[in-house]
Design a protein around this ligand. Structure first.
Ligand code: ADP
Ligand code: MG
Length: 270
């Protein structure tokens, strides 16, 4: 653990969090003993095999799922209060845009529904500003069907940023994109992160995506789902193509791969 990570202000803290789904005999534990700390302004990834509970963990942070045990604090608030104070923006794998609305109106959507007092001209001006931030001002008038997959995902990021949240929770946001677009989006997201200073919690099952983007990776395993280990990525920002050639990149990838295999039950299970 580095000095800067130890002294940085903790924005998100989970203590011994458990989540159970279902009722009666169908009740089962999905997360157990989750301990997590995220420093303000950092970019962290959560990685783990499909079905291990990554989305559930993000839903806990977003106030969409209540833990059955443990404590969650976001800037000292409960997730529900953090959402009310607009501290949290959400981005999912599917951009989920309204097909009949333009990119601009989709970006303005949360502004419109969350603040009825805003005049239409104000929400549109704010949405245009955000579209500029994500490099889409020239596509403002286009419908989702007239945008590429990467552009649609940028609109969904713009929509999440429109309320100026402090935290961006991203659930496999590039999972549906082709490899090249995915890599472009990685550079785009890091650049956006550096310009906006948001705190990003990024869920992925891609090892190289986690290493390339984050300063810290939390590895989840199954049976019961928990955080197996936390790895600091020894690569400086800004990250460039040269990172992929850096021996530290390959070393970190190899460590994560070993941890994931272990968490998949191929290693020693107590
Ligand atoms: P991941 O995002 O890592 O793929 P999820 O958090 O989506 O994992 O799911 C974790 C586990 O919880 C899976 O076994 C899934 O089937 C189960 N699960 C997810 N959502 C629900 C739900 N609403 N009700 C019951 N079980 C669920
Ligand atoms: Mg998921």
């Amino acid at each position: 653990r580095t000095q800067s990570a130890a002294t940085a202000e903790t924005l998100i803290a989970l203590r011994d969090v458990a989540v159970e789904y279902g009722v009666g005999a169908g009740r089962h534990r999905v997360l157990s003993g989750i301990e997590l700390e995220v420093a303000r302004g950092s970019f962290v990834s959560i990685i783990g095999p499909s079905g291990c509970g990554k989305s559930t963990l993000l839903r806990v942070l977003a106030g969409l799922v209540a833990p059955s045990a443990g404590a969650v604090a976001i800037a000292g608030l409960s997730p529900a209060d953090a959402v009310k104070r607009r501290l949290i923006g959400l981005v999912f794998q599917d951009a989920n845009l309204l097909p009949w609305k333009s990119a601009l109106d989709n970006a303005a959507f949360l502004l419109e529904v969350s603040d009825r007092r805003l005049k239409r001209a104000e929400t549109r001006a704010r949405a245009l500003e955000i579209l500029k931030l994500v490099g889409l001002e020239r596509a403002a008038g286009r419908r989702p069907s007239q945008l590429s997959g990467g552009m649609r995902q940028r609109v969904s990021i713009a929509r999440a940023l429109a309320l100026d949240p402090e935290i961006l929770l991203m659930d496999e946001p590039f999972g549906a994109l082709d490899a090249i677009t995915r890599e472009e989006m990685s550079y785009f997201l890091l650049d956006l992160w550096q310009r906006t200073r948001k705190t990003v919690v990024f869920v992925t099952h891609s090892i190289d995506e986690a290493v390339f983007l984050s300063s810290r990776v939390h590895v989840m395993g199954v049976g019961p789902a928990r955080i197996l280990d936390t790895i600091d990525v020894p690569l400086a920002y800004p990250r460039t193509e040269a990172c992929f050639e850096d021996p530290a990149f390959a070393r970190t990838e190899a460590r994560l791969r070993a941890l994931l295999l272990e968490g998949h039950g191929k290693g020693s299970e107590p």
